[in-house]
Ligand binder design. Structure first.
Ligand SMILES: *[C@@H]1O[C@H](CO)[C@@H](O)[C@H](O)[C@H]1NC(C)=O
Ligand SMILES: *[C@@H]1O[C@H](CO)[C@@H](O)[C@H](O)[C@H]1NC(C)=O
Ligand SMILES: *[C@@H]1O[C@H](CO)[C@@H](O)[C@H](O)[C@H]1NC(C)=O
Length: 318
């Protein structure tokens, strides 16, 4: 009974966009109740997502959803078109490698400073499938808090441009960074805008040249458009929704149970103690680009409904 009262109170306050301290108090009281998945609510949400977005068919460009000769529209450069020629077509997987509710328990790892000293590494490693964003460090120094298991890791092409000279020079430093994630598939927004395409395709050449077993996948631009539109309808207004939100959205369709780690958009943890921006550094993002607090509100709301679970404290598993 207590859980239900807290939940409705929380929902009310999340929608009112209360002061941060108020929100923290509500969030802390919600932690007293044991989180349980609400299968009915989760399935309702999954069916909404399969209607708008359909990750099991459209998350990546595949030979099936993007046939040879397709004039693929970019996500943001709407006048831009990429002609799918033989060479690019052969890079695509025949079909989506994942299907609906394939994985029992998934972890989506954001890179927030909230993960520091969380000791959540073992719990993250125990998930059946782990998503990570933007090539985060997972060296020994961090593994207690963030784990090592990685099944999909996204790469933001701006990292390739800034840290690896667009892969126009030596490629081994980039290859070495990817090696750390072992078998993880590498996921890039190649068709987000025209600037991203060449560097993203070069990642495939690099991994092939080094005879890596790691797969390279590209987000389908229409999937990104539909996911952005869906979240815009839920009040997430940003120049661009974050990679984290895209991965969480995909995970909700591909996994039975979705756990979020490292997602918290505030300068303090729920107890009011200041935290760094990322678990590995304190570099602030470009202001106004993402709407992180609004994304987090949605996650906390979904947590309170039992659709997914947001971890913001320390872990004691497993
Ligand atoms: C689970 O979710 C459904 C649909 O949102 C709701 O009707 C039901 O009351 C929830 N069950 C519990 C135990 O909260
Ligand atoms: C994305 O949205 C468009 C336009 O509403 C729709 O035609 C299309 O089927 C959607 N894509 C998926 C994968 O559902
Ligand atoms: C990598 O893949 C191989 C073969 O599929 C598997 O045996 C191994 O455990 C995987 N390594 C990691 C770290 O997941």
């Amino acid at each position: 009974h207590r859980a239900q009262t807290l939940t409705s109170v929380c929902l009310f306050f999340f929608f009112l966009r209360v002061k941060q301290t108020e929100l923290f108090d509500r969030w802390k009281s919600l932690q007293i109740c044991k989180w349980e998945m609400n299968v009915t609510a989760a399935n309702l949400f999954k069916s909404t997502l399969s209607r708008c977005c359909n990750a099991p068919a459209f998350l990546f460009t595949t030979q099936k959803n993007t046939p040879l000769g397709t004039k693929l529209k970019y996500e943001v450069d709407t006048s831009g078109i990429f002609h799918i020629n033989q060479e690019i077509f052969r890079m695509f997987p025949k079909d989506m490698p994942y299907y609906r509710s394939q994985f029992k328990k998934c972890a989506v790892v954001g890179n927030g400073g909230i993960l520091k000293n969380s000791r959540c590494g073992r719990e993250i490693n125990s998930a059946d499938f782990v998503f990570r964003c933007n090539l985060p460090p997972i060296s020994e120094k961090y593994t207690v808090d963030v784990g090592v298991k990685t099944d999909v890791v996204t790469v933001n092409p701006s990292i390739i441009t800034e840290r690896f000279h667009k892969l126009e020079k030596w490629r081994k430093p980039f290859y070495d960074v990817l090696q750390v994630y072992e078998n993880a598939s590498v996921l890039l927004p190649a068709f987000y805008n025209t600037r991203n395409t060449d560097v993203s395709i070069r990642v495939k050449y690099v991994l092939d040249d080094f005879e890596s077993q790691q797969a390279v996948y590209y987000f389908h631009p229409q999937y990104l458009i539909n996911v952005s539109r869906y979240w815009l309808g839920q009040g997430v207004r940003a120049k661009r929704i974050s990679t984290g939100l895209i991965l969480v959205t995909a995970a909700l369709e591909l996994c039975e149970e979705v756990h979020l780690f490292g997602f918290w958009a505030f300068p303090m943890n729920p107890s009011g103690i200041f935290i760094t921006h990322h678990y590995y550094d304190n570099v602030k993002p470009r202001p106004g680009f993402h709407a992180m607090p609004s994304e987090i509100f949605n996650f906390l709301h979904m947590h309170s409904k039992g659709i997914l679970r947001v971890h913001t404290g320390t872990c004691s598993c497993c």
